[in-house]
Design a protein around this ligand. Structure first.
Ligand code: SF4
Length: 337
């Protein structure tokens, strides 16, 4: 798969009608004001200089409820990005938003732009979790948004979180199961991390909220990823993305710089353990995950019958299988699917 190049533009909390308990975009990004045209061009040029020549990047608006902004402000950002696309400098536009701000009126504006991907923050398919997180939407808004995105034929992904107030192991796993039934192209998952100056920080200090441990979060997110990828959907960007000194704004919770690698190592470990008595040949592209983060699976791998090859398919006892098939067998054996 060729690498995608993304120019992230953060517009902290623009369009947010409520502030979610886990969120503080100022702490997460270190950015306090909405970028104006000069800022936008500076950000764009900085990334273009850093990227290899002749790549066609996506412009992505993050940290906001993009379609919750005043329509004129939303159009200002869209027009700026569309201009770059018209001039052959960018490939398309992406943004994240909240489901209640996906409406027929806004779809009619968006359809005039080169939108390649919309991420909707759902966080959970449980009403009590959404409410306890102070999300600005309910489940009706989620189903409406999905219907509209599919009607207008936009590629979209959803964002899920684990360990929110009122969540449990099986509620979070069930959200992953429901995600497999909708038309989302991909799912992003991150465990709840307590950020400085968020409502959750107060709840944590008042002993009203206990975060997951890192091990719990890795185990749960790995299982959710197995469920989603067993159904041929992609899980992208595991874990919360924090850069530079913004990492110092983590008060508590399962934050790890290499959270995605920990999850991929855990999934590989589950595969090694499940197929311990079989003859399994694994495509080389998965080898690093099988060895594990900091070689955590190396010993287990050395005591298994697993081998690697240059083909693109898995071979289980001489039968060719896709990665999704391997995960399906794994989940069946663990009574999850
Ligand atoms: S999670 Fe999204 S909707 Fe909630 S406060 Fe943060 S940016 Fe706004």
């Amino acid at each position: 798969m060729s690498r995608e190049y993304i120019i992230p533009v953060f517009i902290p909390h623009a369009g947010c009608k409520k502030i979610c308990v886990f969120c503080n975009e100022y702490s997460a990004t270190g950015i306090r004001k909405k970028p104006d045209e000069n800022n936008l061009n500076d950000i764009f040029n900085r990334y273009i200089e850093y990227f290899p020549e002749n790549v066609n990047p996506y412009i992505a608006f993050y940290g906001a409820t993009f379609t919750g902004m005043d329509i004129e402000l939303m159009k200002f950002y869209l027009n700026w990005a569309e201009e770059k696309i018209k001039n052959g400098l960018a490939y398309g536009i992406r943004f994240s938003t909240s489901p209640e701000e996906i409406t027929e009126k806004k779809m009619n504006v968006l359809k005039n732009y080169t939108i390649n991907f919309i991420e909707i923050g759902i966080q959970s398919f449980y009403e009590d979790i959404i409410k306890a997180a102070n999300r600005p939407h309910d489940l009706n808004n989620v189903w409406n948004a999905i219907e509209l995105l599919e009607k207008y034929d936009f590629d979209y992904g959803i964002h899920l979180m684990t360990g929110l107030p009122k969540s449990s192991y099986y509620k979070d796993l069930n959200s992953a199961v429901i995600a497999t039934f909708i038309g989302a192209k991909s799912v992003r998952i991150h465990p709840t991390v307590i950020l400085k100056n968020s409502t959750l920080e107060k709840m944590y200090k008042n002993k009203e909220y206990t975060p997951e441990t890192l091990d719990e979060a890795v185990e749960k997110v790995a299982k959710m990823t197995e469920i989603i990828e067993a159904n041929d959907k992609k899980v992208i960007r595991l874990g919360i993305c924090l850069y530079g000194k913004e990492r110092e704004n983590v008060v508590a919770g399962p934050y790890h710089d290499s959270f995605g690698d920990l999850v991929r190592s855990k999934i590989a470990r589950d595969i090694i353990e499940t197929f311990a008595k079989d003859k399994l040949i694994v495509p080389m592209q998965y080898k690093a995950n099988f060895i594990g983060f900091k070689k955590s699976n190396k010993e287990l791998l050395e005591h298994s019958n697993i081998e690697f090859h240059n083909g693109s398919k898995f071979l289980l006892n001489n039968i060719e299988l896709k990665y999704a098939d391997i995960l399906k067998i794994l989940l069946n054996q663990n009574f999850i699917l």
